[in-house]
Ligand binder design. Structure first.
Ligand code: PMV
Length: 400
């Protein structure tokens, strides 16, 4: 019968998030439980998102996954943990007596296809958006409605923060089973409409130490990291929450920069040391401080994750001037017209005073391009069947 051949398929999108209070270090490697709470800003999906289609069908003989059009090993432990976890939650839902919204067996295999709308290999963290999207899509297809923090977290810790829009905290929790280690929205995306984000994509050839191995070594060797997690982060979480609630950009920006610097200090305190910042990253840091000093207040703030790219926070009235300052300090080598992507940024001339204040020797080509974006919403389900990345046969559609 045709209906028995029916394919249950859903397509979702999920955002990238950038932490302003950083997560670094696990207390449980298997469950992915952190040594401190963290707080992030969800970036808008118009500029940066993952799209994932999940399909289940009785005729599928094995779980399969394609990332950016290439089939990947579905046996990787992180992926397996997500699949196990979602199926456990779906079983639990059934045994709790909930009406099953899908007449499909949990034993059915799943096919997953996932793509990013931003260039891979640019060093933009894609695992958070990727695993949040996977968790969300699997939840739709298996009919799971409970909190998905645990599912996303098992893929990549920071992924649980991509399950919500706006400003999101990941509470470290205390329980050994991780049930209280969950993501929670601090404020929605509409809360601070003037806030803008500039992703400065830095040219780099080096492949940085992965976050999994990096944080393991830090936990084992850095006394500074332990001190940070135990003695400093709790107060920083409270202060960052206040800054966001009160839309206090000065304090928000300062704490964001200090927390990024402290995270990179714990990397340097790791033995052997890890350094994620490049010369260009350090030049961006310097530029931000000169720019703020010129204005006599914190108008822009930087943060860096486990890579050389800078993420800049500022307010809408400062974007054009700061983008011009970046272009002045890092003149594009070629593609000058494509230097600014994302939200439109009007070109403005830099004042001679600001040029003199920046006073640095330009570094041509140091920044490949800028993506201008803002705070955005959490994962979405796409209603348009044309959006599915898998065809009726459950295989990736041929790229158009
Ligand atoms: O979730 P992971 O394992 O990719 O770790 C993310 C770590 C940082 O990006 C450096 C900080 C954070 O909180 O996102």
């Amino acid at each position: 019968m045709a209906s028995e051949k029916r394919l249950e398929v859903v397509t979702c999108t999920a955002p990238v998030n950038i932490a302003v209070i950083k997560y670094w270090g696990k207390r449980d490697e298997e469950l992915i439980l952190p040594i401190n709470s963290s707080l992030s800003v969800t970036l808008h999906q118009d500029q940066l998102k993952t799209t994932t289609t999940a399909a289940i069908n009785r005729d599928f003989t094995e779980d399969r996954i394609w990332l950016n059009g290439r089939e990947e090993d579905v046996g990787q432990p992180r992926l397996q943990a997500c699949l196990r976890e979602i199926r456990r939650l779906a079983r639990k839902r059934r045994s709790d007596g909930h009406e099953d919204p899908l007449p499909l067996s949990l034993s059915y295999k799943v096919h997953v296809a996932s793509v990013n709308n931003f260039p891979t290999g640019a060093g933009l963290a894609s695992s958070a958006a990727g695993y949040a999207c996977l968790a969300y899509a699997l939840a739709q297809v298996y009919g799971v409605e409970s909190d998905l923090s645990e599912v996303a977290r098992r893929g990549s810790g920071s992924a649980c923060r991509s399950l919500y829009g706006g400003f999101v905290e990941w509470q470290m929790g205390e329980r050994a089973d991780g049930k209280d280690s969950i993501a929670r929205q601090v404020a929605p995306e509409s809360h601070w409409p003037e806030l803008r984000v500039l992703v400065l994509v830095v040219s780099t050839e080096r492949k940085p130490t992965g976050s999994t191995v990096g944080m393991q070594t830090s936990v084992e060797t850095s006394a500074l990291l332990r001190f940070r997690a135990e003695a400093l982060v709790p107060a920083r979480m409270a202060e960052m929450t206040r800054c966001i609630r009160e839309r206090d950009f000065q304090a928000f920006g300062q704490l964001t920069m200090k927390d990024s610097n402290q995270f990179h200090a714990t990397c340097m305190d790791t033995f052997p040391p890890i350094s994620y910042l490049s010369d260009t990253s350090r030049r961006v840091i310097h530029l931000v401080h000169l720019f703020n000093a010129h204005h006599g207040q914190t108008k822009v703030a930087y943060t860096f994750d486990a890579g050389a790219n800078a993420v800049i926070f500022t307010l809408d009235d400062t974007v054009a001037e700061f983008a011009a300052a970046v272009r002045h300090s890092f003149p594009p080598e070629s593609n000058g017209d494509k230097f600014l992507k994302g939200l439109p940024v009007e070109p403005v001339p830099l004042s001679d005073e600001l040029k003199a204040a920046l006073g640095m020797d330009p570094t041509p080509g140091g920044i490949k391009y800028i993506i201008a974006t803002q705070v955005g919403p959490g994962p979405q389900v796409l209603d348009d069947p044309g959006a599915h990345l898998l065809g009726p046969d459950g295989l990736p559609k041929a790229a158009a």
